[in-house]
Unconditional design. Structure first.
Length: 228
């Protein structure tokens, strides 16, 4: 089976550091305010956030400007993580959950996230996760939309597990977009209300937890969702 973990709001929270870094990067690239507060960022891919803010602000969103923004954003994010490490909080139970999943030889552990790789890895490592245990990686630039990230992840897992089918894939996330991208491809979804959405707002998931603190219970539920 394959378990795909979202990062922000699921494994950890940065309490606004990411959006602050984006705003600073955009202001440097374009020379004036980069209004991230004017777009919906929950569950969104980083490149889509960039393009939508550009559309709102009237900035060019071509590949050259995006590349400059990405480089600057990565630098700003690293600086903020170093300057204010206390703002990055590892969600209860998530370190233990990843350990349990990694120790099961029948499970491939992956990330499915809107983050670009440079910032996603930085956040995870500062939060205490051993990223060498993540065998499947579907970052925010692995597709045009979040739905594209699931088949990208499955192709990686199928190199080792060619018989993997969608019903054996569980997406673990904290937004309706996580639920949508899983169900769109026939995969299962376990949602956690540790981000911006409540248990009720995540009720379309196959299973919803208020949090992941009871890691062994969450682990057992993931296996059951995949029929193991």
């Amino acid at each position: 089976m394959l378990v795909l973990l979202d990062i922000d709001g699921t494994l950890l929270r940065t309490h606004g550091l990411g959006l602050e870094a984006m705003a600073a990067a955009g202001a440097e690239v374009f020379g004036r305010s980069f209004p991230t507060e004017k777009v919906d960022t929950s569950g969104r891919l980083d490149h889509l956030i960039f393009r939508e803010v550009c559309a709102v602000a009237g900035f060019p969103d071509d590949d050259d400007h995006m590349a400059r923004f990405r480089t600057t954003y990565v630098r700003e994010m690293h600086a903020r993580l170093k300057a204010e490490p206390e703002r990055l909080v590892t969600m209860p139970g998530t370190l233990a959950l990843v350990d349990l999943l990694h120790e099961n030889p029948n499970v491939e552990v992956g990330v499915l996230t809107g983050n670009w790789e440079e910032t996603g890895v930085a956040k995870m490592e500062q939060a205490g996760f051993d990223t060498s245990r993540i065998s499947v990686r579907s970052w925010g630039d692995s597709g045009l939309h979040r739905r594209d990230l699931v088949p990208h992840a499955m192709k990686q897992a199928q190199v080792k597990r060619p018989d993997l089918v969608p019903s054996q894939v569980v997406v673990l996330g904290d937004t309706p977009k996580d639920i949508d991208c899983a169900h769109h491809h026939g995969c299962r979804c376990l949602a956690t209300a540790t981000g911006a959405f409540s248990v009720e707002e995540l009720s379309d998931a196959d299973l919803v937890f208020a949090d992941l603190a009871e890691s062994e219970t969450v682990y057992s539920s993931i296996l059951q969702l995949a029929g193991m």
